[in-house]
Ligand binder design. Structure first.
Ligand code: ADP
Ligand code: RUB
Length: 154
């Protein structure tokens, strides 16, 4: 019997450890067998616009959930998507990328379980919720080293 791609969800707040866990999963399964989809790419507004609107990226309105949902369904059925790209380095969007699902697809991000239709796409769902004090500590390093924030801004 043939089976389409296996979809794994890794969802949780910023700095909950999603990227770290996803990298480990990809190493174990073999990088060539895994397609990683970061749902930060589905942000609706860039960093500057979010600041102007007074919204954080965790707000559902700040994300194209309506686009994310059919994309998950396409990947689940083995079909390619034209995925948006959000750059954490610049806080802006880049040209979209053609992405084909490998044997395993890991979907990691903030709001990957927002609707029933999205949740139904996954074979395995993980939700990461480390203690808040630990998450705050974990948030400082990537935001100051890779995203251009000062420690005070984080
Ligand atoms: N399981 C873990 N053990 C130790 N440190 C961790 C762990 N998970 C994450 N971290 C630390 O927290 C930081 C943020 O983790 P990351 O995986 O980038 O979170 P997310 O992708 O959810 O934003 C990492 O750079 C790392 O320093
Ligand atoms: O909440 C998150 C997700 O972080 P993570 O990827 O750690 O879960 C970020 O604040 C937004 O994606 C905006 O990114 P930026 O702050 O770079 O504009």
């Amino acid at each position: 019997m043939t089976h389409g791609p296996i979809l794994l969800g890794v969802v949780g707040d910023s700095a909950a450890g999603k990227t770290t866990l996803t990298r480990g999963i990809a190493q174990i399964l073999g990088e060539a067998n895994v397609t990683v989809i970061g749902t930060d790419d589905y942000h609706r507004y860039d960093r500057h616009q979010r600041a102007e609107l007074g919204l954080t990226a965790l707000h559902p309105d700040c994300n194209h959930l309506d686009i994310m949902q059919p994309h998950l369904a396409l990947l689940r059925s083995g079909q390619p998507i034209l995925k948006p790209i959000y750059s954490h380095k610049t806080g802006t969007f880049e040209p979209p990328q053609y992405v084909k699902p490998n044997q395993f697809v890991v979907v990691e991000g903030l709001l990957g379980y927002s609707t029933r239709a999205m949740r139904d796409c996954y074979d395995i769902k993980v939700y990461l919720a480390p203690p808040e004090s630990l998450r705050e500590t974990w948030k400082i390093k990537p935001d100051t080293l890779k995203r251009g924030y000062s420690e005070a801004q984080v």
